[in-house]
Design a protein around this ligand. Structure first.
Ligand SMILES: C[S@@+](CC[C@H](N)C(=O)[O-])C[C@H]1O[C@@H](n2cnc3c(N)ncnc32)[C@H](O)[C@@H]1O
Length: 436
């Protein structure tokens, strides 16, 4: 159903593909997908004009994907679209395009709006600066709209899979319901004490999802930093797709992201045991997202897999596992080299200091005035002092290097175990087989 050229990498549960999603969606069978969860490119970055006409063009553009998505969704399937809000250019008034998308999808594509969600990101920076910070006439825009569309009125959904921890007060109430609510009938004749006293395993979440987009130490970012490769600029946090995947699908179901960027969705689906397909137009972004699937992988080995994924299909985790012995060997070699360097730097430093001490001794014996700049001995002492300082600096560089190499070696040695815990031990097949 997909060509080798379209496949960037495969994992036990999924496939990252590159190309235009409109084309790639054709590779999926009718009514085969349980959930499409995605964050399309930002409307106002796509075109230069900013009027209503431009908004309509964006909505029409996105609607083509909505139409194609409908064919592949099961009757119980859902389409979840995270769509950021925006101001109209040069004006402190809002663009209506998230709502135009909503109306178009419901009125014309005949999706159902199962429920609207709002993703509240408390860490969002104030913008636009002009209206919020400078003129102070608008407040911080901290929510994205997330439209949960369904193909029928009865999409698969189970709140029990996304229960949240009870509040402290609720926990107290559950321990001793009688103390908190005297059994009494409300005007509605609804007996609240019985109802609220039940422990349902957690609280029902609301449609306001509070998730900070502040990840900084994921494997993806660690490798991008170490390799000095620019990470994808518009990633959503893991917890956003995680909520909808858990809420709207069961283990073994199929999840698709049609604008996958750094493939947050695929990685979360993999960890939750859902099959996945991710589509991304830009092959470099698609290839770079392989970093999400290389836990504890040494940077050099990860780089070689990324470079390979830019040209051909990489099969995970076998190709990653194959690189680990080489990565450990090379890290051990680098570590031994760093050890030698540190030792040599220590010896050199000792030698330079001995030299300084010898000249100092001579100066003392010859009773040379320490501030006599015309004395050859004082000049030699200065030079020896400078050499000693240099040797100390070299030793501290060597110390830093050995620390880095020790860390790299520990990372390489941990990689096999990290891959096992991410994918399961080598040789164990995924139930239901492989996608592809
Ligand atoms: C907002 S980003 C998605 C980021 C993603 N949610 C993540 O967490 O990394 C949108 C992505 O859609 C991709 N894109 C744009 N047009 C596309 C198309 N026609 N088909 C597939 N991908 C497309 C862009 O290259 C971009 O990486």
């Amino acid at each position: 159903m997909f060509t080798d050229d379209q496949k960037v990498y495969t994992t036990p549960w999924g496939t990252q593909l590159h190309g235009d999603s409109l084309e790639l969606l054709k590779g999926l069978e009718d009514e085969s997908i349980d959930l499409i969860v995605t964050s399309p490119p930002f409307a106002l970055q796509r075109k230069k004009a900013y009027g209503n006409e431009e908004q309509e063009a964006y909505v029409d553009w996105l609607a083509q994907f909505g139409e194609a998505a409908k064919r592949v969704l099961k009757d119980t399937g859902s389409l979840v679209i995270d769509i950021g809000n925006a101001y109209r250019k040069g004006s402190p008034t809002r663009s209506l395009y998230p709502y135009r998308v909503l109306l178009k999808f419901v009125d014309e594509l005949e999706y159902h709006l199962a429920e609207e969600f709002f993703w509240y990101n408390p860490a969002k920076l104030p913008s636009p600066l002009e209206w919020v910070n400078k003129r102070r006439i608008r407040v911080k825009d901290a929510v994205n709209t997330v439209w949960w569309f369904s193909k029928t009125e009865w999409p698969q959904a189970d709140v029990n899979r996304v229960l949240q921890p009870y509040s402290k007060n609720m926990e107290k109430l559950l321990k001793d319901p009688e103390k908190y609510y005297k059994t009494s009938l409300r005007p509605s004749e609804h007996d609240i004490s019985k109802h609220f006293g039940n422990d349902n395993g957690g609280a029902i979440p609301s449609n306001l999802l509070q998730i900070s987009n502040t990840e900084s130490n994921t494997n993806y970012l660690r490798l991008c930093r170490e390799l000095e490769i620019k990470s994808h600029p518009a990633r959503f946090p893991n917890d956003l797709p995680k909520f909808f995947i858990e809420f709207l699908t069961s283990p073994g179901d199929v999840v698709v992201d049609i604008f996958s960027g750094s493939n947050t969705t695929g990685m979360v689906a993999e960890q939750l045991g859902r099959k996945w397909y991710s589509f991304e137009l830009n092959r470099d972004y698609a290839a770079l997202s392989i970093m999400r699937f290389l836990p504890s992988m040494p940077a050099k080995a990860a780089l070689s897999l990324y470079e390979r994924a830019r040209r051909k299909t990489v099969s995970l985790p076998s190709e990653a596992r194959g690189l680990i012995p080489i990565a450990i060997q090379s890290a051990e070699k680098e570590f031994r080299l760093a050890e030698k360097e540190l030792h040599a730097a220590g010896v050199q430093r000792e030698k330079e200091f001995e030299h300084v001490r010898a000249i100092e001794h001579r100066a003392e014996m010859e009773r040379v005035d320490p501030v006599d700049n015309s004395s050859d001995i004082i000049a030699a002492l200065q030079r020896a002092g400078e050499e000693a300082a240099l040797a100390m600096a070299r030793q501290s560089v060597a110390m830093k290097r050995i620390k880095t190499q020790a860390k790299a070696l520990a990372t390489a040695r941990a990689a096999a175990a990290a891959l096992d815990s991410f994918y399961g031990p080598a040789g164990v097949e995924v139930p239901d087989g492989h996608l592809g």
